[in-house]
Design a protein around this ligand. Structure first.
Ligand code: IDC
Length: 468
């Protein structure tokens, strides 16, 4: 019995040794596979590294050894990767790269101001993946429209917030999904015109937080009018344009700090056709998409409500101009495209959708008293035909933003929204004396609204958001 046990033990040891040997061999072979192809060569001047195609390493690290601008190995710069709880960096003696690119083992890495390796973000025109290696460059060598903004680094969202859960959104089939591909519903409120007194003071972090915590909203839509009074395309003096830009920046910051999604809405209206301010739109979306290319929570609505005689073909032409500009800077942000007749013709899209379809949705707006069954049917039919639909603006009164509320039409819309898991933003976060204003005109608070501070419309939407 004793000897049998001993020999069994011996056998086990032999197997174990074999496994260890195999593992070691496997590891060495994968390591050598991962190593840079080429060979070290020594001549009278010193060491250099030659690649299989005959060229040689210059201004880069190979296996921790620095090859200088002439291609010679410089022993004093020997370096290696380091990691701590914040991230990775590369250390050579007391030196480490900061605010710069560095080529290490044939891959380009970017190191931020503190020296940490950047990952999953755009650095100017270049994208670094999760390993930190540069993987792609903006589509054209010089941008279609040069952004006049600074690019911001990847922000942090509060734990357990909607954006911390949802991440970068994507469109799968006709549905809006989170980064893992599970269906999501964005719901929230649209601001009033961002410069208008009846709503501008409600653009503050506490107000957004009231919507988030009390209404259960996960999104804000920011109405940047283009041609109406105070619009972005109106020839105002410098200071006022700067005020608009600052308001947009503040709003994005508040939403980001709360972990909410935010739609930047190019609110065309009296300008009928988005092509009327094409140049301004090109620059605006180049600026925004560059500035926020590292923000997973920003969505772009490129034309609120084309109207008058504007056709879908004209809107598509506009969209096919603006979308590539956004895509140069941000290849996955969700883009929302308005439709003819004040964004009611989602039914016209399927026959001729935009060219770059990835993460694009089409916009429908409803005002329940004016827009009944016919528009609900269009929404359902459009989805059946393969068109992703997003309701970026709606209310339960008439389409002039006032008049009476049609509760039964409103309930029917609620059902369509629920049945199709549609995302929606209600109009608007203002206390103007009109039915669509969510706050009573007698209420002068700019955040922390209680139910008694809300208009009938406000109460209805708050209930709906808390329910679904
Ligand atoms: C309305 C505002 C109103 C303002 C007007 C300016 O509610 O106070 O005077 O704009 O033209 C929309 C538009 C939205 C409208 C809203 C109500 O997108 O800008 O806001 N509406 O008319 N489409 C349908 C209704």
């Amino acid at each position: 019995m004793g000897t049998k046990k001993k020999s069994m033990k011996k056998g086990l040891m032999a197997v174990l040794a074999l496994v260890i040997l195999m593992l070691t061999l496997w590891q060495t072979s994968t390591e050598s596979e991962a190593a840079v192809q080429g060979k070290w060569i020594k001549d009278s001047r010193g060491w250099w590294f030659q690649f299989p195609d005959g060229s040689y390493a210059k201004n880069e690290y190979i296996g921790g050894y620095w090859l200088n601008s002439k291609g010679w190995y410089e022993p004093k710069w020997n370096g290696s990767w380091k990691v701590n709880s914040t991230g990775w960096w590369f250390q050579a003696g007391s030196w480490y790269p900061k605010n710069q690119w560095l080529t290490i083992d044939r891959k380009s890495y970017y190191f931020d101001a503190r020296g940490y390796m950047a990952a999953n973000q755009w650095i100017g025109r270049y994208y670094v993946d999760k390993t930190g290696a540069w993987t792609k460059t903006r589509t054209s060598t010089s941008p279609i429209v040069k952004p006049a903004t600074q690019q911001l680094p990847v922000p942090t969202y509060p734990a357990k917030s909607p954006v911390a859960y949802g991440g970068a959104l994507k469109v799968v089939g006709t549905d809006l999904c989170n980064s893992k591909g599970t269906k999501v519903q964005l719901k929230g409120a649209s601001t009033f015109g961002i410069i208008w007194d009846d709503g501008r003071y409600n653009i503050n972090k506490e107000a957004f937080n009231t919507l988030k915590t009390d209404w259960k909203a996960n999104m804000i839509r920011l109405a940047v009018y283009t041609e109406e009074y105070g619009g972005y395309c109106i020839d105002w003096d410098e200071v006022q344009t700067e005020t608009l830009k600052k308001t947009i920046e503040n709003a994005v910051n508040y939403a980001t700090q709360l972990g909410m999604y935010i739609i930047i809405d190019w609110h065309i209206l009296q300008d009928n056709n988005p092509n009327n301010h094409l140049n301004e739109a090109k620059q605006f979306f180049a600026d925004m998409s560059y500035k926020y290319s590292n923000y997973d929570n920003v969505l772009y609505e490129i034309c609120n409500e084309p109207n008058g005689s504007t056709t879908w073909a004209e809107i598509k032409k506009y969209a096919d101009t603006i979308i590539p500009i956004i895509r140069e800077n941000d290849d996955d942000a969700v883009i929302l495209v308005g439709t003819p007749e004040w964004s009611q013709r989602v039914d016209q899209v399927a026959a001729n959708p935009v060219a770059l379809k990835k993460n694009v949705m089409y916009v429908v707006h409803f005002y329940a008293t004016t827009h009944g069954e016919f528009l609900r049917n269009r929404v359902v039919a459009a989805r059946k035909a393969g068109t992703p639909v997003f309701i970026t603006e709606c209310s339960i009164c008439a389409s002039d933003g006032s008049g009476t509320i049609d509760y039964s039409s409103a309930e029917a819309w609620k059902k369509v929204i629920k049945d199709n898991n549609l995302s929606y933003a209600c109009w608007s976060l203002s206390n103007k004396n009109e039915t669509s204003a969510l706050i009573k005109s007698s209420c002068s608070k700019h955040s922390g609204w209680t139910v008694s501070d809300l208009s009938e419309t406000g109460v209805w939407f708050r209930n709906m958001m808390r329910e679904q």
